[in-house]
Design a protein around this ligand. Structure first.
Ligand code: EPZ
Length: 416
C-alpha cells in the first residue's frame, strides 16, 4: 500500500476534521522526559513520526501507552540517554530529544540526524547554543556524544530563528540552573505550544511566540493533561489544495489564528475565506490567480506549504513566482508536475516560475518527501484522468489518512 490512486478533475465539496499537529506533538512528547511523573498528551495524530517518537521514548525507559483520550507518558524510570541508531537517522525530529535528554540525564549518545531530500539539515545552531549552556560534544564513529556536568543558563543569540534549535534551548533551559535568555528565537506556534505544556508542568518561561524568550530553570515539574492544537500545515494543505482543485470545503478545528499568511495567500489566489471558532470555510475560484510567494519564518508563509501552492498554481491563470528561502532543495516536485503537463521553469535553487495551464493530465508520479508528496496528491486531484502517487510512506509520516480526508471532501482517492 505505498501508492495512492486518484481519479482527478472533481471539485471538492464537504467538511473534514483537522488532525492534531505533528510538529507540536513531537517536541511536547520529548518534553515529557523532563517530567518525572505521568502526563496525558491529547489530540496527538496517529502518524508514523509519532509512533517513532513513542518507540524512542520506550527505548529510553519511559512507560508510554495510547489511551482512548491520548498518549500517556511516564518518564519516572528514565536512566540512560542512549538513542537507538535507526530511530534517529530515520526521523530528524528526534533531534529535539537532545535538549530534553541533556536536561534529564546529563548525557546523550545519538547518531548524527541526517539530511534529507529538502536540504542538508545541519545542526550547528543546536550545538553552539548548547555549548554555551555547558554541554560538551564529542563525535565518535559517526555518533554524537553530549555531556553536561553542570547545565547552566546562558544568554544565547540565534543568527537564524531555527525551530528545532529554539526547542532544544527551551528544553535544556528548563532543566538548567539559572536563567536562559534566548534572542532570535523561532516564533512558530509549535514553540508556543511547547512552552505552554512546560508552563502547565510548572516551568517558568516568558516570551513564547516572540523572538525573545526567558527561561528560569531548575524547577521540579509535575505531570499534567495537555491538548495538542490542530495541525496548521495539514489544514493549509487541504485549504490551498481546494484553491487548486476547485469547490468549497469546511476545515473543522483548523487553527485559523496560526494561519494568517496562508489565508492571505488563499485570498490572493482568488479564494473566498471565512473563519470561525469552529474552523475555516474556503470557496475556490474557477482557476487560481497568479501570486508572488516568498516563504519565511513564522509569521511569514510556511515553507511546508510552498509545494502545495506550486501545485495549485500549475492550473492557475498567468505566471506565479515562488521564492523558497528556508530550505535549499524544496522544488523536488517540479519534475513530477511536468509529467502532468505543468509549465514550470526553475531559474535557480531558490526560485521557480509557473505558467498555469487550463488542465493537467493524470500521470504516475513519485513522492520523495512528506510535503512534496502531499502536494502531488493535490496535483492528482486537479488533473484530468487517473494518477498514481508512489512513495506514500513519506506522506503517512505527517498525514493520519490523507485518502480518507480527501474522500470526505468528495474526492475519488484510494491507497493501493
Ligand atoms: C522544523 O524543522 C519542522 N520540523 C519542519 O517541518 C519545518 O519545515 C521547519 O521547522 C521550518 O519551519 C519539525 O518541527 C519536526 P529549522 P527544523 O531548524 O527544526 C537551517 C515538516 O514537513 N539550520 O527551523 O529542522 C536548516 O538547514 C518539516 O513537517 C541550520 O543551518 O527547521 C534550514 O535551512 C519539514 N543549522 C533552516 O535552518 C541548524 O543548526 C530551518 O531549519 C538548524 C537549522
Amino acid at each position: 500500500m505505498d501508492s495512492i490512486r486518484i481519479q482527478g478533475g472533481i471539485a471538492l465539496q464537504g467538511k473534514v476534521r483537522i488532525q492534531g499537529s505533528k510538529n507540536a506533538s513531537l517536541p511536547v512528547l520529548a518534553a515529557t522526559l523532563l517530567v518525572r511523573e505521568g502526563s496525558l498528551i491529547r489530540n496527538c495524530p496517529r502518524i508514523a513520526d509519532v509512533h517513532s517518537m513513542i518507540s524512542l521514548l520506550r527505548s529510553l525507559g519511559c512507560s508510554v501507552h495510547w489511551q482512548k483520550t491520548g498518549i500517556f507518558v511516564d518518564s519516572a524510570k528514565v536512566t540512560k540517554g542512549e538513542m537507538p541508531r535507526e530511530a534517529v537517522t530515520g526521523m530528524r525530529s528526534s533531534l529535539c530529544l537532545l535538549g530534553a535528554l541533556i536536561g534529564r540525564c546529563g548525557e546523550v549518545t545519538m547518531e548524527y540526524p541526517g539530511g534529507c531530500v529538502i536540504g542538508e539539515r545541519p545542526i550547528d545552531l543546536h550545538l553552539s547554543a548548547l555549548r554555551q549552556m555547558g554541554v560538551e560534544f564529542m563525535e565518535k564513529e559517526g555518533q554524537l556524544r553530549a555531556s553536561a556536568d553542570a547545565l547552566h543558563g546562558a544568554c544565547i543569540c540565534l543568527p537564524f530563528p531555527s525551530v528545532g534549535a529554539t526547542e532544544n534551548i527551551i528544553l535544556a533551559g528548563v532543566a538548567a540552573e539559572g536563567e536562559t535568555v534566548l534572542e532570535g528565537a523561532a516564533r512558530e506556534p509549535e514553540i508556543q505550544t511547547l512552552c505552554r505544556y512546560l508552563s502547565c508542568c510548572g516551568a517558568c518561561i516568558e516570551g513564547a511566540g516572540s523572538s525573545r524568550i526567558v527561561i528560569r530553570g531548575g524547577r521540579r515539574l509535575q505531570g499534567t493533561k495537555f491538548w495538542v492544537p490542530s495541525d496548521r500545515i495539514v489544514a493549509g494543505t487541504y485549504l490551498l489544495g481546494c484553491i487548486g482543485v476547485g469547490g468549497e470545503i469546511f476545515l473543522e478545528q483548523a487553527p485559523a489564528e496560526e494561519m494568517e499568511a496562508v489565508l492571505l495567500t488563499a485570498e490572493e489566489m482568488g479564494g473566498r475565506v471565512c473563519r470561525s471558532r469552529e474552523g475555516i470555510y474556503v470557496q475556490a475560484p474557477e482557476r487560481p490567480l497568479p501570486v508572488k510567494l516568498i516563504t519565511a519564518p513564522y509569521p511569514g508563509f510556511p515553507t511546508d506549504l510552498q509545494s502545495v501552492v506550486l501545485a495549485a498554481a500549475a492550473r492557475g491563470r498567468g505566471c506565479t513566482g515562488i521564492e523558497e528561502t528556508i530550505f535549499e532543495n524544496r522544488f523536488r516536485i517540479v519534475g513530477e508536475l511536468k509529467k502532468m503537463g505543468a509549465c514550470i521553469e526553475q531559474t535557480d535553487s531558490s526560485h521557480v516560475k509557473v505558467w498555469g495551464v487550463k488542465a493537467l493530465q493524470g500521470a504516475r508520479v513519485q513522492a520523495r518527501e512528506l510535503r512534496g508528496g502531499a502536494a502531488l496528491v493535490v496535483a492528482g486531484l486537479m488533473a484530468e484522468g487517473e494518477s498514481f502517487v508512489g512513495g506514500c510512506p513519506y506522506i503517512y509520516r505527517g498525514y493520519e489518512n490523507i485518502c480518507r480526508d480527501f474522500r470526505e471532501l468528495g474526492a475519488r482517492v484510494t491507497s493501493v
